[in-house]
Design a protein around this ligand. Structure first.
Ligand code: SAM
Length: 239
C-alpha cells in the first residue's frame, strides 16, 4: 500500500511531503489556489530554473527558498532532496512551465521519493498537451502523448507514422525552429491528414490552426513560426 497524503484531510499541514506542483504555461493567472498555498508554505522549492520560477514567486509574494533541479543535476539532486524530505522538510517540485515530469525534469525525484517511501501530493494544473487537446476539437476518448519528435528526419517520419498507425489522437510538442521541418514530414507521409497546430496557449497570440500539413506549412512559411507549439492529429483507432 502506498502512502499519499492526498487522501488526508489537509495535506498542506503535513511535513516530509514532496508536493508536485503545476505552474502556468504562459498566463501567470493560470495557477491554482492550492499551488499558491503550497508554494508559500514549503521549506524549499526545487525548480528547473530558479530565475524563471523567481518571476512567478515575485508575482505572488512567495518567499520560499529556491534550489535548482534540472536535467544535468537530476540524479545527485534527487538524492539530496529526498534526504531533506526524510529529515522533515516539505519540498515543492516545479518546472519552468506546466506539469513537472511532462517533458520536464521530475521523474527521477518522484521515483526516488516513491522508492524511499516519501509521502507525495500532487497539485495539478496547466499542461500544454492537455490544454491543446481540449482546444483541438479532436476526439478525446483515446489519445497518446509523444513529447518532442526525433531530430533526425528518418526517425521523425517513422515516429509520425507509428503514431498514426496506433490510432486515436496523437499529441506532439514542437519548437518554433523545427515546426516547418515537422510539417513538411507530415505532409509527405500523410498528405490528406488534417492536423491541428496550437500555438502560444494562454498567451496574447494564442491560436489554433487546422488543415492538411501542406496548407499549414504554406501558412508558417509566410508567417514565421514564433512561440510554443503543440501539434495534434487524429487517426481512426486500429483494432
Ligand atoms: N511541462 C510542460 C507541460 O506540462 O506542458 C511542457 C514543457 S516542454 C519543455 C515545453 C514544450 O511544451 C514547448 O516546446 C511546447 O511544445 C509546449 N508548450 C509549453 N507551453 C506552451 C504554450 N503556452 N503553448 C503551446 N505549447 C506550449
Amino acid at each position: 500500500m502506498s502512502t499519499s497524503p492526498a487522501t488526508w484531510p489537509n495535506p498542506l499541514l503535513w511535513n516530509n511531503v514532496l508536493y508536485i506542483v503545476s505552474t502556468p504555461i504562459g498566463n501567470l493567472k493560470d495557477i491554482t489556489l492550492r499551488a499558491l498555498e503550497v508554494l508559500k508554505s514549503v521549506d524549499l522549492i526545487a525548480a528547473e530554473d530558479t530565475r524563471h520560477t523567481g518571476v512567478l514567486c515575485k508575482e505572488y509574494g512567495i518567499t520560499a527558498r529556491l534550489t535548482s533541479y534540472f536535467d544535468h543535476n537530476e540524479s545527485g539532486k534527487a538524492r539530496e532532496l529526498v534526504n531533506l524530505l526524510k529529515e522533515g522538510r516539505n519540498i515543492a517540485l516545479v518546472s519552468d512551465a506546466g506539469t513537472p515530469g511532462i517533458n520536464d525534469p521530475g521523474y527521477r525525484l518522484v521515483s526516488l521519493a516513491k522508492a524511499e517511501g516519501v509521502a507525495m501530493a500532487v497539485i495539478p494544473g496547466a499542461c500544454a498537451a492537455i490544454a491543446a487537446l481540449s482546444l483541438s476539437a479532436l476526439p478525446t476518448d483515446r489519445f497518446a502523448f509523444y513529447g518532442f519528435l526525433p531530430v533526425k528526419p528518418g526517425a521523425r517520419r517513422k515516429k509520425i507514422l507509428q503514431a498514426a498507425e496506433a490510432g486515436g489522437t496523437a499529441i506532439f510538442y514542437e519548437s518554433p525552429h523545427r515546426l516547418l521541418k515537422t510539417l513538411k514530414d507530415i505532409a509527405e507521409v500523410m498528405p490528406e491528414q488534417i492536423i491541428t497546430v496550437a500555438r502560444e496557449l494562454t498567451k496574447k497570440f494564442e491560436e489554433r490552426l487546422d488543415g492538411p500539413a501542406g496548407t499549414l506549412l504554406d501558412h508558417f512559411t509566410r508567417h514565421k513560426p514564433l512561440g510554443e507549439f503543440v501539434i495534434l492529429f487524429h487517426c481512426a483507432t486500429a483494432n
